[in-house]
Design a protein around this ligand. Structure first.
Ligand SMILES: Nc1ncnc2c1ncn2[C@@H]1O[C@H](COP(=O)(O)OP(=O)(O)OP(=O)(O)O)[C@@H](O)[C@H]1O
Length: 594
């Protein structure tokens, strides 16, 4: 898929087909038994509801003319019982179907979330996160009514129509046939509106998604917005996106509600027709009781027909959202375990890049035929200009992306041939954008090793010199931090991520700009701890501050999609090439600032 911006409508990569409903049915299947129970109760209510008009007919046509008071009393008691049964059934039905609907939604939400967790970086690179979020929350919620009330009501309404028809045919065949006369008009209307409605809702879902993406982006970037005083500009953009949403909503609703008045009119016309035919035939072959009962049954018949029409309407509406939901679930993770992937045994930590060529996008190679060998326990520093491809190298090592040519090997195993989890659990990665999750500091450090004891967490924090600031916090390690760690300084967030990477006790440690926000004094202390910790482990360190990587076993200067220079600090300085130039310029800068 092409990259997508908040104001660009997403293309539908997969057209809707009826099998989507089959898939939806798979989510309904586990709830067969509670659905059947609810259905039974609903049918019971329907049958009880049918008895009312029938009792009225008997009372008017037979019991009252005979003046049989006892029978009239008995009929009244039955009528009352039928009303009580209906009341209880309704109560049960509301609770049961809401529960079933919510359970199904929960399962669907789980499926989509579980799938999202496995999708590769490239999926998230290509779309605004707000557009992903809306699928998991809002789109799934739109199915709520369809799956709770809609589904069960549909079955109950179908039963209702059938039972009513049986009663109607039983009482008067001719009047029943008149009642069905206008039904075909309804079918024609539904067919005509269907496609228009689906298209209108597809547009609506797109506009909803755009609005969500913009709000998400605006909240994420609020600090920058306020620092640049861009609020006015943003109001305007928001207004435009919001107006598009409003317009598409109005269009969709206009189409959707074409059906409703149509159905109402047909039902009123049918009632008029029955009065007309019934009154003309009164005393010929229609009794007063029959006519009154029939008017009751007409309502019993048309109400569920209207409901079925509405269900169909919701189904068409939901289709636009279902397409998006299943499209996300069908997204094939291009980074996933091969069918014959093996578990990477406990590694020593050798790494080989063999003729690696890589590009994020067609036509723009980021790495070109890169090869190197790293022995167990070596520390490798990756330096070079911004955008040269340093992070890309470590992304390939963790298999966040796959190489286009060549191979990346860990202990001789091609990373594509082992399971992702066995590979990644043996690596401690600290990425450039340090992320702190909402929860306690303890939880955050423990993130990659859930069974770590508090002592182990503290130990890791001490090594990276995070302990000093954590112990001074209000609740120490149990202090709750917000998502993204907004209450911590950038350096503190880095120290926490550092401790998190170390705690996992990885054989290969990857540190991308791990110390860029840490003051030089803390960094010196941290380096001491780190030196002990790096012993016996292979490590990749990306750093712009060259003073921090001078002691590395090897330094790679990455530029122009290749490793332009490689060697120890002393060797590279002696070469007087690119590294020397970079080092010298940093050194000069330091002299000037001093
Ligand atoms: N997800 C992505 N999709 C497309 N291009 C990308 C993506 N990530 C990085 N790039 C591009 O790949 C190139 C290398 O990026 P990389 O992050 O590896 O650079 P770097 O050397 O780590 O830079 P820095 O020192 O600034 O962190 C850059 O030109 C960047 O624009």
């Amino acid at each position: 898929m092409a990259r997508n911006k908040f104001d660009v409508d997403e293309e539908l990569e997969q057209e809707f087909n009826w099998s989507h409903y089959k898939r939806l049915a798979q989510y309904v299947k586990p709830y067969k038994s509670p659905i059947l129970k609810a259905l039974f109760v609903i049918i019971l209510a329907n049958v009880a509801g049918m008895l009312g008009p029938y009792f009225t007919k008997i009372a008017i046509d037979e019991v009252i003319p005979q003046g049989n008071l006892t029978l009239l009393m008995q009929l009244s008691v039955f009528f009352l019982i039928s009303l009580l049964v209906i009341g209880w059934c309704m109560r049960y039905r509301i609770y049961a179907i809401t529960e079933i609907g919510q359970d199904i939604l929960k399962d669907m939400r789980y499926s989509i979330f579980e799938h999202l967790q496995r999708l590769p970086f490239s999926y998230f690179d290509n779309r605004p996160h707000g557009k992903i979020l809306i699928r998991v929350v809002n789109y799934i919620n739109t199915l709520s009514d369809l799956l709770s009330n809609g589904l069960i009501n549909l079955i109950s309404d179908i039963f209702n129509v059938i039972i009513t028809l049986v009663f109607m045919f039983f009482i008067d065949v001719k009047l029943t046939l008149y009642s069905l006369l206008l039904l075909p008009i309804l079918f024609v209307m539904v067919m005509v509106i269907k496609n228009k409605q689906r298209k209108a809702y597809q547009v609506l879902s797109n506009k909803q998604s755009n609005l969500n993406a913009y709000i998400h982006e605006s909240i994420s970037g609020i600090k920058i917005t306020q620092s640049f005083a861009r609020e006015e500009e943003n109001y305007q953009i928001f207004n435009e996106v919001s107006e598009e949403y409003r317009t598409s909503w109005m269009k969709a609703v206009k189409v959707q509600f074409l059906l409703w008045p149509g159905v109402q009119n047909i039902s009123v016309m049918t009632t008029c027709l029955i009065y007309f035919v019934g009154i003309r035939q009164l005393g010929v072959d229609v009794t007063t009781g029959t006519l009154i009962a029939f008017i009751g049954y007409i309502n019993n018949f048309w109400n569920p027909v209207i409901n079925i029409g509405n269900f169909y309407n919701s189904l068409i509406t939901a289709t636009a959202y279902l397409e998006r939901i299943f499209e996300t679930m069908d997204e094939v993770p291009d980074i996933q375990d091969e069918p014959d992937a093996q578990i990477l045994p406990s590694i020593k930590g050798t790494v080989d890049f063999e003729h690696v060529t890589f590009r994020y996008e067609e036509g723009k190679n980021i790495l070109n035929d890169v090869s190197f060998h790293i022995s167990q326990g070596q520390s490798i520093a990756l330096v070079g200009p911004t955008g040269a491809g340093k992070t890309t190298i470590i992304n390939l090592l963790s298999r966040f992306y796959d190489v286009n040519e060549g191979s990346v090997k860990v202990d001789g195993f091609d990373v594509r041939e082992v399971t992702l989890s066995s590979l990644r659990t043996q690596m401690g990665v600290m990425l450039q954008d340090t992320f702190v999750f909402s929860g306690t500091i303890l939880d955050n450090i423990r993130y990659g090793k859930l069974d770590a004891t508090e002592e182990e967490v503290i130990e890791a924090a001490k090594v990276v010199r995070a302990h000093e600031f954590i112990k001074d916090l209000k609740d120490g390690y149990h202090t709750v931090v917000e998502e993204r760690g907004s209450t911590l300084s950038a350096g503190q967030r880095q120290l926490i991520s550092f401790a998190r990477a170390l705690l996992a006790d990885p054989k290969i440690l990857i540190l991308d700009e791990a110390t860029s926000s840490i003051d030089t004094k803390t960094e010196e202390l941290l380096q001491e701890g780190l030196q002990q910790l790096l012993k016996g482990r292979t490590s990749f360190i990306i750093a712009h501050r060259l003073s921090t990587i001078k002691n590395s076993s090897q330094i790679f200067y990455v530029e122009g999609g290749r490793i332009a220079e490689a060697g120890t600090h002393d060797e590279l300085m002696a070469q007087r090439g690119l590294y020397h130039h970079l080092y010298q310029s940093q050194y000069d800068l330091l002299q000037v600032t001093d």
